[in-house]
Design a protein around this ligand. Structure first.
Ligand code: B1M
Length: 209
């Protein structure tokens, strides 16, 4: 198996030391950082996403895979920046106002980064105006909203309204979280809904295509 495939395997297994070692081996052998991302890390994370979708992997496996990916990415990011490699698009991500749950949101962020979507993570309990300011400041194409409480999902509606009222008509808003449904997304005018972090990649890329 070549080293790029081994790197994908290391991500799938969540073996962060092996992922970092192989990233260094590939860099030393002259592989370009973008090739390492696109042919090693991203395919690994894509497999993790598929396994998660079909219940072969659960949250712990996904978290350790994402951590392996993140640590390898940390070695590559400065090199990608030096080479002027830009992410496919920029997303502002956060858990809506009143809500402190962030495990699912963080998974979405990791999957998005794994798909070369730039992520500005605003954290939890984020008021609508903060999403708007960050979207403007970062010239974002996407806003991702997460909510875990039935009492906080109305904040998604308020945030979408704030984004539209700010004139950010081309910014696509993707929503998700355990109590959120496609019906609710339709009702509040979201541009996309994803039931899990792996699907959030497809939904985001489709929204900005
Ligand atoms: Co809270 N909590 N919690 N909690 N908590 C729930 C959500 C709850 C269902 C538990 C219960 O009662 N059975 C309940 C909500 C009930 C309801 O609203 N119907 C609840 C409650 C009531 C509360 C408090 C009010 C408890 C209290 O203080 N009385 C309080 C609220 C605090 C606040 O937010 N203001 C509270 C606090 C907490 C902790 C701080 C202790 C902790 C959060 C720690 C943290 O996140 N850092 C916590 C936890 C851990 C949970 C449970 C146990 C687990 C949630 C979780 O992380 N799931 C949860 C019960 C449960 O689910 N079994 C519960 C794993 C995570 C990967 O899933 O976030 O759904 P999830 O994300 C998925 C998808 O939904 C999707 O992708 C992810 C991966 O597939 N997704 C997106 C998520 N965001 C997305 C965004 C997208 C797309 C997809 O696009 C942008």
């Amino acid at each position: 198996m070549d080293e790029l495939k081994q790197l994908s395997e290391a991500v799938i297994k969540g073996n962060r030391n092996e992922a970092k070692r192989l990233t260094q081996v590939l860099l030393d052998s002259g592989k370009k950082p973008l090739e390492i991302v696109e042919q090693g890390l991203v395919p690994g994370m894509a497999v993790v996403g598929e396994k998660f979708k079909c219940n072969e992997f659960f949250v712990p496996e996904m978290l350790i895979a994402a951590r392996a990916m993140k640590e390898a990415m940390a070695m590559l990011e400065p090199l990608l920046a030096q080479a002027g490699i830009k992410p496919k698009c920029t997303a502002i991500l956060g858990t809506v106002q009143g809500d402190l749950h962030d495990i699912g949101k963080n998974l979405v962020g990791m999957m998005w980064k794994g798909a070369n979507i730039g992520v500005v993570d605003l954290g939890t309990n984020v008021p609508p105006e903060k999403f708007v300011a960050a979207a403007k400041e970062n010239n974002a194409q996407l806003v991702g909203l997460s909510a875990l409480l039935t009492t906080t999902i109305p904040a998604m509606k308020d945030t979408i309204k704030a984004v539209r009222d700010a004139g950010l008509q081309t910014v696509k808003v993707i929503i998700g979280g355990a109590p959120v449904t496609q019906e609710y997304a339709n009702e509040i005018g979201a541009d996309g809904y994803a039931p899990d972090a792996a699907s959030a990649v497809d939904v985001a890329l489709k929204a900005v295509a």
